[in-house]
Each structure stands twice: as structure tokens, then as C-alpha cells.
Write a protein that binds this ligand. Sequence first.
Ligand code: SAH
Length: 488
Amino acid sequence: MKLYPLFADLSRRAVLVVGGGPVAERKIAALLGAQAQVTVNAPTLTPQLQRWVTAGRIAHRRDAFQESWLDRVWLVVAATSDVELNRLVATFAGLRRIFVNVVDDAALSSFHVPAVVDRAPLTIAISSGGEAPMLARLLRERLETLLDHSLGALATLAARLRKRIRVRHPDMAARRRFYESLFAGPVAALLRQGRPEAARQAAEQALASSSVASAGSVVLVGAGPGDPGLLTLRALRALNEADVILHDRLVSAEVLDLARRDAERIEVGKQAGNHHTTQDGIHALLLEHARAGRRVVRLKGGDPFVFGRGGEELEFLRDHGIPYEVVPGITAAVACAAHAGVPLTHRDHAQSVRFVTAHCQSSRDTLDWTALAQERQTLAVYMGVAELGGLQARLVEHGRAPSTPFALIENGSRPEQRVITGTLSNLAERAAFHAVRSPALLILGEVAALATSLAWFGQPLGATVHELPVPNVVRPVRADVLAAVHRA
Ligand code: SAH
């Protein structure tokens, strides 16, 4: 079926909805959004519909459907579970040339309700002509993730300037170029940043100077711990719009795969003891690409402001007048805790959590070890594995009980995640025994004991008892394996 798409103005126009269940409720919610005057016809209503009736937002007819009600309506929706009634409503509506939608019945419907992405005043409607509603819904979800919510404000701003833009750029091609730069450039960025007034001023300026400044910009983006599912929607959008991506080595290939295909990818990774690119080198690259007018994404593992030197990069950009945005990411401590089943705080075990990075041997050790060694708090330690011995010694020396539990999470949240548990007294020993490698995060504190009982993520065990994990490597145990252990 090939449909003709149209957007209907229903404000203050009468619409009849036959049916009072959850489906009718959803349709009515959308109709109210379009300011239609809705009458619902059903013997009983959902609680929400009832509230709308009580509040006077919709009218209610309890008695059986009557053809004469169609006299004054513009549109009808039949949303009952009674097929015969739906058919009757559709037939009478058809006779009067009133558009009717019968829920889940494309053949009886003379109009379809599309899947909608709402960025008012911008509306994107998707229809599969009733053939593949699931596909339409899926597409809607994709578009939802791709389109920032500030798009509505952008459309409103463009509408306010429309006449003047037309006068300023009578030539169609020039006008189009102007709009393109308005929608992709700093004006859109300012709206994303929640600064509508600054956006309006930038747009006014652009209109006065007849072009939108094409200065490049930098978005500092947290890529999270590796699993692309843990990216924010904003991070995804920034990756979609990037011309250049400067990324750390820690950023996973799966995350990079989501970026715009044409975006240039440059690894500026730093690794303990192996500095590919110096911080100054990274600054120089940021400047070079932004000054060339590119949209630069500076992509960092986890969160850019947690042991990520994001602050230094912003200071540099500010000093050089390059516009920037920051998109937070899920930091390793938060991701590792979640994926190891270790709550960072717990009413019974820890009232505070500290994110620390330890450099035990170096002169940069300025940590307050007495404070770090206190009980009933959680330490989330970002560090090279080589530091574990020093850390263990310092904490015990400053009074942390050697029996304090730890969970050491290697490749947290990634398919190859391993969780090693033990107590402070055997921390370095266990890490060495299991040959733990970077990236690994240490969670130390009373809460770490829960890693054993709350584990849910990671490789399930093989089916045989012989493949039980080496002691203190926590992996979720499947019920069938447990049963096998009990039988053995
Ligand atoms: N900005 C990052 C941290 C960078 S410092 C963030 O917010 O997560 C690098 C350290 O983070 C690593 O040495 C390791 O301790 C930790 N780390 C990062 N990703 C990790 C992961 N997937 N699993 C365990 N630790 C991780």
C-alpha cells in the first residue's frame, strides 16, 4: 500500500476515539498533544483517561456507539478489542468520508498513525504502510538516539529568523549554505549547551556578517570503559559529526566503529611507561585540526575529567580561543563496580568512596595515606598493576586492616573481564599469581566482599566440575553447574 503522508492540524477540532483501554489512552495522549477536542466512547476507562475526563480535558460517552456522533467530528479512531465494533465504526466513518484509524488493522483504516520522533516544532513521522510496523519503530528508535533534543530549539530559532534570512540571501543556493552552517556550526552547539540567548546572538551576528563563523571546535568525549552500550547518546552524536577523532589507546575498537566513516582517526594513546604522544603533542594536534575548521572529537577512555587530563586540554583550548564542549563518560570505577557486583557505597559497609590514583614509588606521591587507610570507606584505585605492592604496604602501614577485602577488576565491562578477589594482605601476591594486566582497577574496602555473592557479568563456567575457577576468580556460577557440584 502506498500512502500519501500528511500532517493534520487538529487543534480545537473534534475527534472521536472509540475504546477506553491502554491503546486508546496512548492515541488520546497524542491527540491531546495536538490540542484536539477528544471525545472518548467506552463503558469503562483506564485510570488516566478517567483523570482526563474529571479534569475536563476530554469528554466521555458511556453508551453504545451511535452513528450520529460522527456528524461533528473530523477524525475517528477505533481502538476497541471488539472487531465487529471496530468494523462498524470504520464503515460509518467511510460513508461520511471521515478519516478513520482502526488500531492494528491497516485494511480497515483510511489513515495510519506513524511512528514519531518529536522535536517540536520539528516532527519526523515514519510509516511502513502498515506492512512492517516493527521496522518503523526500530527506525524511530535509531533516529531518537541520533537527534539531539536541542533540535526543536534550533528549528524555532530558524523560524524566527526565516524572513530576514530570505531577505539577506535572496539566492536559493546561498540561503541553503547559510542554513547548513547555521544548523551544523556554533549556533547549534550553543543550543546543545543550553545557552539559547548566546545562540540567538551568534545567529544574529552570522546574519549581519552573512556567514556563520566556520571555526572548528573540540568536543571532549568520554568513551566509557569499552562496551559501546555504555556510551552516552551525546557521545554517539559527537562521533557521528566528527571530522577528526583523536583517541586514547584505551578506547575500544567497538566504540571507534560507531564513528562517522569518513572521520579521520588518530591514536594519541599513552600507556604507562610508553608515551606515544606527549601532552604537548596532543595539544598541538587539537589546535591544528580545530584551526583548520574541523569538528574535532577528543575521545578518552572512561570520563575525560577523571584522571584523564581533560582539564589541561580545556585550559589549553580556552587559552587559544577554540570553542569546546564536554561529554561525560562512565568512568572505570563506576563501570568496574557495576560489572563486578560491587556497590561502591553501601549503608552497612561504606559511607564514602574515593577515586584515587597511586604512584607509590615516585615523588608524585602526595596522597594522605592516613585518610586513605580509614575503615568503612571504599577506595577505587586507578593505577598500573606494578603499583599494587607499594599500595598494599602503605595502606597496612597506615592502619588499614590486612583483612580488608579487595576486588581487582581487569578489563572491566569487557567480554574478557576478570575479577580477582582477596584481602589486602595478599593483594600483590594474588595479582601476580593471576598475572593481572592493565587496564585494571582496584576496589578496596568492606564492599569488595560482595563481589563473590553479587557477581553477574563475565564468562559463565564450563559444564564440568574440573573447570571450576581458580580460587578467588569470581565468575557467575550457572545453576546447572551448581547442581553438578552438589551431585559430585
Ligand atoms: N579517564 C579514565 C581513566 C584513565 S586512567 C576513566 O575515567 O576511566 C587509566 C586507568 O583507568 C587504568 O590504569 C585503569 O586503572 C583504569 N581503567 C580504565 N579502563 C578500565 C577497564 N576497562 N577496566 C579496569 N580498569 C580500567
